[in-house]
Design a binder for this molecule. Structure first.
Ligand code: HEM
Length: 518
């Protein structure tokens, strides 16, 4: 046998052993869980749009309990639905779990110049988070209220027209138009409402529909293929939807920079009022350069990345892109679930309308009135408890080997919360766990947070940064609809909802009628 054949056999055996070693990781640790197939683990269970992967977790939790292990290609993941464990990982031991589960196609978070907040790690994340946080302060939200109001008016007008014609409406589609309109104006430099004629909507919908597709799966099994595909996509942008959207963002950002330069040359003073996220990011400044406890070496030595107190062009594009994706889908889904639950619980809807009529008696709803709508807040929180639509993002990567509640977790292991099981756990929520009962929130929510039992927006320092914007959009729109209309089911309404999705969990449709209250 020639030497080269021996080498080939050795490489082949080496590769097979490596994959078997990873696949048997939890078996060797004595941690139970679904084993799936060698090489794949259970990664192939997360690509079927008709059968959402996040719901698979719940099936396995029933079988294996609140802590079990899976492998997904080369990744090792511990799936948890024990509130104390969740709290330990997301809050108490954040310093050991400050990364997220990523695959090679998403790029190296420490090298990618456009790393979005959602993927960034360590000091890079800390800096981006500090720079982006003021965007969602009460002061900033108040400033962008006008943008939200404009889209609310536009949507209510369309609903008015469609309901006058007695149509059954797929509320999900209306809400997608609404959130895309807002995020288009906030993140893409879109100057006016493009509702029902926004060319971006289909592109963004495709990203969600195909979020965890075969490319994602291959990248999870063969990281080197993921890296190669990433490079190919970068060279041939037309092959990838995401790059296409990024080039639109680049145009919007360049246009704003040119406009600022022209204003400066003409001696026009900046108004000081940010129009949108682009302005907010361009003006953002931070005093935080490094993540506490981390040495500067890897960041400072890098050729590509420079420590700066303001965001670079590439960083802004990365953040606009993730805000666009994160802000569009999640909020539309939350609105859809809330509307469905109100339509199927008329007594709760009536109580909510009474609150809306009492707190917002004038035709125009103001920013300050929104904070008085306590029952509405309970309704949305309860809808998100029953339908934690973003549960696949409830994950962390362990970056320092540690011990959690007596279990050793090695660096490199991912933690994924099975939020559907957690949010439907009678031990946390009581025997009425499956009921839609907004009243459970009336006594305050600290208890559930402290227990680690409720995380629709995540938990700890990496909790969703856009949570307050999402709440503002939802409250503003629902208030304006409920002032004039009542959601009603029709024979076409799918009850219970059929759930689909890959990256997030969506209802297949939310077919409702809007009955005029007057
Ligand atoms: C109802 C609507 C929303 C839901 C349910 C939701 C849910 C989530 C969840 C579960 C996470 C992960 C948190 C964690 O790991 O602890 C997250 C992170 C994030 N969300 Fe949201 N989100 C919503 C709206 C928004 C909006 C409107 C934006 C921006 C415009 C946004 C931007 C982000 C970003 C940038 C992150 C990453 C934060 C970080 O890693 O520091 N989200 N979101």
């Amino acid at each position: 046998m020639s030497f080269s054949i021996l080498i080939a056999i050795a490489i082949f055996v080496g590769i097979i052993s490596y994959y078997l070693w990873i696949w048997s990781f939890w078996i060797r640790k004595g941690v139970k869980g679904p084993r799936g197939l060698p090489f794949l683990g259970v990664i192939h269970k997360f690509t079927n749009y008709e059968n959402p992967g996040a719901l698979k977790f719940s099936e396995w939790t029933k079988k294996y309990g609140p802590v079990y292990g899976i492998t997904e290609g080369v990744e090792k993941t511990l799936v948890i639905s024990d509130p104390e464990f969740v709290h330990e990982v997301f809050v108490k031991q954040f310093d050991n779990f400050y990364g997220r589960k990523l695959t090679a196609i998403q790029g190296d978070p420490n090298k990618n110049k456009r790393v979005p907040l959602v993927a960034a790690q360590g000091h890079r994340w800390k800096r981006l988070r500090t720079l982006a946080s003021p965007t969602f302060s009460n002061k900033s939200l108040r400033k962008i209220m006008g943008t939200v109001e404009e889209s609310v008016t536009e949507l209510v007008r369309s609903l008015e027209k469609a309901s006058a014609e007695g149509k059954t409406l797929d509320m999900l589609e209306y809400y997608q138009e609404f959130t895309m309109d807002i995020i288009g104006k906030m993140a893409m430099g879109q100057e006016k409402s493009l509702m029902f004629r926004n060319p971006m909507l289909d592109k963004v919908k495709t990203i969600f529909k195909e979020g965890r597709n075969n490319v994602f799966m291959i990248s999870g099994i063969f990281p080197f293929v993921g890296i190669a595909l990433r490079n190919i996509f970068a060279k041939f942008p037309s092959l990838q939807m995401a790059t296409d959207i990024q080039s639109i963002l680049e145009k919007a950002l360049n246009k704003r920079l040119e406009q600022r330069e022209a204003d400066e040359k003409a001696g026009i003073e900046p108004s000081g009022e940010p129009q949108d996220f682009i302005d907010l990011f361009l003006d953002a400044r931070s005093t935080v350069d490094f993540f506490e406890g981390e040495a500067e070496q890897d960041f400072a030595k890098s050729e590509v990345l420079k420590v700066d107190k303001h965001l670079t062009f590439d960083e802004i594009i990365g953040q606009l892109f993730v805000f666009l994706l994160a802000g569009y889908d999640t909020t539309a889904l939350s609105l859809s679930y809330s509307s469905y639950l109100l339509a199927t619980h008329p007594e709760i809807q009536k109580k909510l309308q009474e609150e809306v009529d009492r707190e917002c008696p004038d035709p125009e709803v103001t920013f300050d009135q929104l904070s008085k709508l306590k029952y509405l807040e309970c309704v949305v929180k309860e809808a998100l408890r029953l339908y934690p639509l973003a549960s696949l993002v409830h994950n962390r990567k362990c970056l320092k080997t540690t011990n959690v509640l007596g279990m050793e977790i090695e660096a490199g292991t991912n933690i994924n919360v099975d939020t559907w099981s957690l949010h439907h756990d009678p031990k946390v929520w009581g025997d009425d766990v499956n009921e839609f009962k907004p009243e459970r929130w009336e006594s305050g929510d600290e208890l559930f947070f402290a227990k680690g039992g409720y995380l629709p927006f995540g938990m700890g320092p990496r909790i969703c940064i856009g949570m307050r914007l999402a709440m503002m959009e939802m409250k503003m729109l629902l208030t304006n609809i409920l002032k004039n209309y009542t959601f009603e089911t029709t024979p076409e309404t799918v009850i219970p909802l059929k759930l689909v999705g890959t990256a997030t969990i969506a209802p297949s449709s939310v077919l409702l009628k809007l009955k005029s209250r007057f």
